[in-house]
Design a protein around this ligand. Structure first.
Ligand code: ADP
Ligand code: MG
Length: 305
């Protein structure tokens, strides 16, 4: 089966009418909605690095979309479409069937269209997805907007995916294989949050990006970190290690004024929010246990480290 046949068989479903021209021509065509800015990002998944080698093709398809929609959500934007650059060592129809189904399942769940891509042969399986979204002009939520006195919040639970990776077969492996991008929450935070990031490399490291970009510091209350019941059974230090340094959670971490926090709680949210600390003038990340200094060291995931 040649390249075009792969595209036609697995990646050429009909799109909704917000796509003027999708898969099949030299480029795709979209009409930007009035008064919207284009939000665009890309993320690559490499077998064995970003997912265990025996991960199901369906989960790989889901995750390759989800991690990108998470980046769109972290800007406060609405996801619209994706492009897929796929490098395959060989044509494996079972794999392609599962992968494309997982990819379209995630697209369908979040109202996103596959509008184009590239298909090549290479010795390594590499999956690159580019996601596009829209946000009201000037309203995207940057990393750089944190203000002294902001509350620091995180959605859902942190540490689940890292725990799932260490305990394959445990129900929390689902959180590793099928991360849920917080698309609705991200859009609700537009106009409310001062800064935002999605947690892909560990909460401490990713919050560190907000602090550096905003030139502020933070105090984190360790007892407020939202962790799963399975993690609560572990020693506290181990819990905190998962929660602060475990990657792949794809939750949203944001800073918000106390006033806007109250406004957020008035809204219907599809995921739990935890207030875990506060932005400070003093630079650096300080950990507290029940309000008392509790110095600990954590590092998130780094390529080339
Ligand atoms: P070109 O040679 O002009 O770059 P291609 O032959 O690479 O075009 O691709 C043909 C069409 O199929 C294009 O519309 C492209 O966007 C789409 N396409 C190629 N690979 C994929 C893929 N893996 N998923 C979705 N669309 C794809
Ligand atoms: Mg062309």
């Amino acid at each position: 089966m040649a390249e075009f046949s792969i595209i036609d068989t697995y990646f050429n479903r009909k799109n909704g009418n917000s796509v003027d021209l999708g898969v099949g021509d030299d480029s795709a065509l979209l009409t930007p909605p009035p008064q919207q800015q284009l939000v665009i990002c890309t993320d690559t998944l490499i077998a064995g690095r970003h997912y265990p080698l025996d991960t199901s093709p369906h989960a790989i398809g889901w995750k390759s979309v989800a991690v990108n929609l998470s980046d769109i959500a972290a800007m406060g934007a609405k996801p619209h479409s994706i492009l897929l650059a796929l490098s395959l060592p060989q044509i494996d129809n079972d794999w392609l069937k599962g992968f494309s189904q997982g990819l379209y399942d995630c697209c369908d769940q979040f109202g996103v269209s596959l509008i184009g891509g590239d298909t090549t042969q290479s010795p390594h399986l590499t999956i690159s997805v580019t996601a596009l979204g829209w946000v009201d002009i000037g309203k995207a939520v940057p990393r750089s907007g944190a203000q002294v006195g902001d509350y620091i919040c995180v959605s859902g639970q942190v540490g689940d995916a890292a725990f799932g990776l260490r305990h394959l077969g445990h129900p929390l492996q689902q959180r590793l294989d099928y991360p849920t991008p917080r698309c609705q929450l991200g859009q609700q935070l537009k106009g409310l949050a001062h800064s935002m990031i999605d947690v892909s490399d560990g909460l401490a490291q990713d919050l560190g990006h907000i602090l550096a970009a905003s030139q502020v510091g933070a105090e984190i209350e360790l007892n407020q970190l939202p962790v799963d019941a399975a993690l609560k059974k572990l020693q506290q230090e181990t819990q905190w290690q998962y929660a602060l340094a475990g990657g792949d959670d794809y939750e949203l971490c944001f800073t918000i004024s106390p006033q806007n926090y109250e406004a957020l709680l008035q809204q219907q949210l599809d995921i739990n929010i935890s207030k875990i600390g506060q932005i400070t003038k003093n630079l650096g990340l300080t950990f507290l246990k029940n309000g008392v200094d509790c110095p600990i060291q954590f590092h998130g995931y780094q390529h080339f480290a």
